[in-house]
Design a protein around this ligand. Structure first.
Ligand SMILES: CC(C)(COP(=O)(O)OP(=O)(O)OC[C@H]1O[C@@H](n2cnc3c(N)ncnc32)[C@H](O)[C@@H]1OP(=O)(O)O)[C@@H](O)C(=O)NCCC(=O)NCCS
Length: 338
């Protein structure tokens, strides 16, 4: 049975079953990734930024013989933001190639169309069945990044400590667990606004103004995701010359996610990228003792950043692609009778 589903009011058994399906999908498609935990999973699925909406559906098996809820065999949600709907679909590996994925996309696409949105975007992991699936549905590849993973047990901490201090005179490096301090929010937002296209893909919009930045930090906290930030401050002007953001999610706390890293144009060439990333890893080592890995996504053209990441010990892992499709075309393709 496929039905619209609200994670805020779902039973704990449903959330637990969805977690089992997610972990079965990870084991099949990304076996090196750590399994997810239930901590804050409901909040992860429910909380959104102001002005955004997430609509979800599940495909659930018949109730068990004992009267318990049937297993969650599939899940789709679409996050409506700006002028696009961002889609995520999961089908349990035991139920694949039965047309369920296509049915779930059809439901979400119809709703996105009714809501007046024009396109749907999706992140697709290279070398998984999702590539053939979205291509069969007519999605086209817009953008490719490389995901890289750093194994903290293989880091040379002595060399890293040297990198962390090898920044030119005139800059101060600061660690800010939880987010940037309030008196630096404006300068932080200015640094992000200047370098929009450095490190982030289209589907992970950054926050360019102070209020949006505060909202985005609040949303992260509500979703059980703990942000850590390292800043390089230009001492003469007080401006944020560089920043790097890492988030430790309650759902997979042994593997953190690197978000934006930005060095503002005027401050490039002073060792800031290397120093702030090295300082971040040193700080995480004591702040998050159970952390084992950090993953990061980079545009393949961003050679400077890829070079620094390789020096730090990151190893490239998978292609991470953005696909998109025109909603009207998708609805028509999946539902020609309408
Ligand atoms: C992608 C996914 C949703 C597909 O679900 P599904 O129910 O198996 O898809 P469908 O049965 O509706 O397939 C529709 C069409 O897509 C194509 N397709 C799907 N899987 C395919 C595969 N493994 N190889 C080739 N084509 C495939 C086929 O054209 C298929 O039509 P057909 O079976 O009539 O030939 C499912 O594999 C999945 O959950 N993947 C994980 C997605 C994800 O986000 N993972 C994140 C962490 S890795």
């Amino acid at each position: 049975m496929v039905r619209e589903w609200d994670p805020r009011t779902a039973s704990s058994a449903e959330i637990a079953s969805l977690l089992d399906t997610l972990n079965a999908v990870l084991a099949a498609d990304l076996p090196q990734d750590p399994p997810w935990r239930e901590s804050s999973l409901r909040e992860y699925l429910s909380e959104v930024m102001p002005g955004e909406r997430r609509i979800s559906w599940v495909a659930q098996a018949e109730p068990t013989a004992g009267g318990g809820p049937g297993a969650m065999l599939g899940h789709v949600h679409v996050l409506l933001l700006g002028d696009i709907g961002v889609l995520e679909v999961l089908v349990h590996p035991t139920t694949r190639r039965t047309g369920l994925g296509r049915d779930l996309v059809r439901l979400a696409a119809r709703r996105v169309y009714q809501e007046g949105f024009r396109s749907i975007g999706v992140e697709v992991v290279g070398e998984t069945p999702a590539v053939a699936f979205y291509e069969a549905l007519g999605f086209s590849r817009e953008y490719v990044e490389t995901r890289s993973v750093l194994d903290l047990s293989a880091v040379g901490w002595t060399a890293l400590a040297e990198m962390a201090t090898a920044v030119s005179a005139g800059y101060r490096v600061e660690f800010c667990p939880g987010g940037p301090p309030d008196d630096l929010i404006d300068a932080y937002a200015r640094a992000k606004a200047e370098v929009r296209d450095v490190d982030d893909g289209e589907l992970r919009p950054s926050s360019y103004d102070p209020q949006r930045l505060r909202d985005s930090l609040d949303t992260l906290h509500r979703r059980g995701m703990k942000p850590y930030i390292v800043l390089a401050i230009h001492e003469r002007t007080g401006e944020v010359a560089g920043l790097t953001e890492v988030v430790v999610p309650a759902q997979h706390p042994t593997r953190a996610d690197q978000y934006d890293t930005i060095v503002v144009q005027d401050h490039r060439g002073y060792g800031i990228d290397r120093a702030i990333k090295a300082r971040m890893l040193l700080e995480l080592r004591s702040a998050e003792p159970t952390l084992a890995e950090v993953q990061t996504w980079n545009a393949q053209a961003n050679e400077a950043m890829l070079k620094v990441n390789a020096e730090l010990g990151y190893r490239s892992d998978r292609e991470w692609c953005e696909y998109s499709v025109d909603v009207a075309e998708l609805v028509h393709r999946l539902d020609p009778a309408r």
